[in-house]
Structures are given as structure tokens and as C-alpha cells.
Design a binder for this molecule. Structure first.
Ligand code: F0G
Length: 418
């Protein structure tokens, strides 16, 4: 196979609900029926290649360029993707699961999975000639967009719910030089304002309602399957907030099925925080209609979202794959975050720990079997939110500059607890 056989696949933007083709590059909803949009890829060129052919490129989003709707020649990249898939034996033992893995998305350039979507979204914005880009965010999207806008030389405005963004994420957006707007309201209010700005053509919106964003996010699934040598896991668990990521993972699975590279679908399992769970509520009702929650609240601020834009897509992903959607409490999230750190040496942010908390809960309920091969996607780095960590770990130990004092402290620490 020659490298130049791999060209950008043809694609079109269509309405996910009525199927109409949408040609206005600024449309974020269907002009005919107001439905969500999606990208329809023409994957006929992929039938000429094999998974092995892609491996000549290093692991990362752009290894999967034949599945992406942006010409790689226009890419704005800071080397996103290529994150580790850890085999988590000690965690699995603690939870009673034989074959568990963690895909650690916190090792992306800005510390979250958002970089996968942002390389695609900002590259497409560049193709369109956009000068100003923007997004609403619970934190990670804004940190990521701010970085990619810097790289692309674009002005960037981010709309954040006032007082509810973890410190590391806020610091990143400010550091990369974004115009950081602290909006009086929650994420849903901030998104409504950002969408108004987009609709008036004052900026190009890069929230996940933009159909190009989930296209880049598909790459996390491509990598997981690649890292498992095309053995499909039984289940993939991930946190659900605005609900696009689980849909992106689902879309990636359907595309691999379409080209015949995999033969079964993993059960896609979404986890929400108990105080912010409109998608889980709809799932429990067997419904496709997400009823917005006006006052979502959770320690996992990344997924503190009451009116998830892609809720319907997420529900389809879970129903179609015979997955599950459930909730975990803030306490369960913090316990899972600590457990992952102390069994595997992996530090994830609270929203990301929701996937591990979900695994624990569903295993305890017998919904997940002990011999399932399970992958938890841990979407963001724990250092994003040091305040939450410091509130839930012991204080540093005062110590004299003296060997005997150190010995005393270590002995006390190692002594069995009553
Ligand atoms: N995990 C983390 C760390 C997140 O930051 C987000 C979303 C999610 C999970 C949920 O993904 O929205 O596709 O269901 N964060 C967005 C943001 C909302 O603004 O950073 P989703």
C-alpha cells in the first residue's frame, strides 16, 4: 500500500433526524427540522486498506485520517491522542473484574479528550477561514479550544459558568490567551449565549453541537481497538455530560463495522452524576426524550449539565449496543478517584472517575459480569482540579528536620489502623 492511497474520505453534513443534506457551514441544527447534525462519511476508499496500513503512522488522531472529514494538509495539531491503554489488574481485582483497562485521556496535550475533537474542529474552522472561534464550557473544552486557537492564530472567546470551573482548566484558558467570559448562570446558560453569538456570525462555535467535533473524538475508539489488536471489548464505560462523546464512540464503532474491521459492538455504558443526570433518567424510563434539569449539581463540575444537547444521540448509542446508563453519587466518584490512584498510579479528574465508579456499581449489581473485558475511558487529568483532590486527602504531616522524627512518622503511618 502506498501512503498516497490514503486520501481524505468524501463526506457530507446531514441531519441526524430527517436525513436532509445541510450545506450551510454555519448551520448547527437542521434548517428544515431543527434536528441535530452529523457527518456522513464515504468510507469506500477505506475498503482498499487494512488496519495494518494505518500503523505506519504514529498512534494518534491523525493515524485515522481516512475516517475524518478534514484534509490532513490543513490540520492544526499539537499531537493529540496516542494516549495509553492501561491493563488495570489491581483495580480489576479490587472490583471483581478479570479483564479491565483504563484509557487515560488525561495525557492529551491539554489534559483531556477534548483535544481529539478540537484538532478536527479548529482545522475545519481554518478551512472555512474563521478568524474568531468560541465555545461554552465546563472547563476542558475551553482549555482545549484556547490552545488550538493559539496554535491556529485565531481569536478565542470562551463562555464559562461563573465560579463553577475547576482551577486548572480556568488557568489554562487564561494562559493560552482566550477571552474568558464568566457568565452569570450554569453551562446551559453559557451555551445559549455562545450559540447566539454563532447564529449572528460573530464567532464560529466549536461546541460538540458542531458536527466536526465528534468526528475527531471518534479516534479514542479507533485507538482502543487498535491497542487491543482489533479484539473488541465487551463494554466501554464513559462519563456523560453534554452527551456527544459517547455518541462519537458509537459512530466510530458503526464505521468500523461498516468497513468490516470489527464484527461486534461493545456495550456502551454511560455514567452520570446523581445530581446531574437527565440522560440516565431518560434511559431508565426507556425514553428518547431528555427532560432538562434546571439546577444540576455535582462535584464533577465537568459533567454538571442539565440540558445535554446530544442527549438523544447518546441514548441511541446505549440502546443500540445493549449498554446501560446509570448514576453515581459524588461520594462514589471521590472513592473511585482515590481507588484508581492508589491501585494503578493514575490521577483522573472527578468526572473521569465516574466511569470507574460506574464499573464498581454495575459490577456490584451484577449487571457487569466478572469475565467481561471492560474499558473505562478516563476523560481528563486529575491535576485539572487540585482543589477537589486536596479536600479529600490527608493534610501534609508537620516534620522536624530530624531523622528520628521521620522514623516516628513512618512507623505510625505503617501501623495497622484500629
Ligand atoms: N469528562 C470530562 C473530563 C469532560 O470535560 C466532559 C465534558 C465529559 C466527560 C463529558 O463529555 O459532554 O461529550 O458527554 N466537558 C465539556 C466541557 C462539557 O465543556 O469541557 P460529553
Amino acid at each position: 500500500m502506498q501512503e498516497d492511497l490514503i486520501v481524505m474520505a468524501a463526506h457530507k453534513v446531514v441531519c441526524w433526524e430527517c436525513g436532509a443534506e445541510v450545506t450551510d457551514p454555519y448551520a448547527n441544527l437542521c434548517p428544515k427540522c431543527n434536528g441535530l447534525l452529523t457527518v456522513k462519511m464515504d468510507l469506500s476508499a477505506v475498503s482498499e486498506i487494512t488496519p495494518e496500513d494505518l500503523r505506519s503512522k504514529k498512534l494518534g488522531v491523525w493515524r485515522y485520517a481516512p475516517f475524518m472529514p478534514v484534509d490532513e494538509a490543513n490540520k492544526v495539531s499539537i499531537q493529540e491522542g496516542g494516549t495509553p491503554l492501561y491493563k488495570t489488574e489491581a483495580l480489576g481485582e479490587a472490583l471483581g473484574v478479570k479483564d479491565s483497562f483504563v484509557k487515560f485521556e488525561g495525557l492529551n496535550p491539554t489534559g483531556s479528550f477534548k483535544d481529539r475533537g478540537m484538532t478536527m474542529g479548529v482545522s475545519h474552522a481554518k478551512e472555512l477561514g474563521a478568524k474568531v472561534v468560541g465555545c461554552a464550557s465546563t472547563g476542558n473544552t475551553s482549555a482545549s479550544l484556547a490552545a488550538y486557537a493559539s496554535k491556529a492564530g485565531m481569536q478565542c472567546a470562551v463562555f464559562l459558568p461563573s465560579g463553577k470551573v475547576a482551577m486548572g482548566k480556568l488557568a489554562q484558558a487564561l494562559f493560552f490567551g482566550a477571552n474568558v467570559l464568566s457568565v452569570d448562570g450554569n453551562f446551559d446558560d453559557a451555551l445559549a449565549l455562545a450559540r447566539k453569538m454563532h447564529d449572528e456570525r460573530k464567532l464560529y462555535l466549536l461546541n460538540s453541537i458542531n458536527p466536526y467535533r465528534p468526528e475527531g473524538q471518534k479516534s479514542v475508539l479507533f485507538e482502543i481497538i487498535d491497542q487491543l489488536d482489533y479484539e473488541v471489548p465487551d463494554r466501554i464505560i464513559l462519563p456523560v455530560g453534554n452527551a456527544a462523546n459517547i455518541w462519537a464512540v458509537y459512530k466510530a464503532c458503526t464505521e468500523l463495522m461498516e468497513v468490516g474491521w470489527i464484527k461486534k459492538m461493545p456495550k456502551l455504558t454511560g455514567i452520570q452524576a446523581a445530581g446531574s443526570c437527565p440522560v440516565a433518567t431518560a434511559f431508565q424510563d426507556g425514553s428518547m426524550d431528555v427532560i432538562a434539569e434546571p439546577n444540576p449539581e455535582t462535584i464533577a463540575t465537568a459533567i454538571r449539565i442539565g440540558n445535554p444537547i446530544s442527549g438523544k444521540k447518546a441514548l441511541k448509542a446505549m440502546y443500540d449496543t445493549k449498554g446501560v446508563c446509570t448514576t453515581v453519587t459524588d461520594e462514589e466518584i471521590i472513592q473511585a478517584q482515590l481507588l484508581l490512584g492508589r491501585t494503578e498510579g493514575v490521577c483522573v479528574e472527578p468526572a473521569s472517575a465516574a466511569s470507574v465508579a460506574g464499573l464498581k456499581k454495575l459490577r456490584a449489581q451484577g449487571i457487569i459480569e466478572p469475565d467481561e473485558k471492560v474499558v473505562c475511558i478516563c476523560t481528563g487529568n486529575g491535576l485539572k482540579d487540585p482543589d477537589t483532590i486536596l479536600n479529600n486527602v490527608p493534610k501534609p504531616i508537620p516534620c522536624m528536620n530530624d531523622v528520628a522524627d521521620v522514623e516516628r512518622i513512618l512507623k505510625e503511618a505503617a501501623a495497622p489502623k484500629e
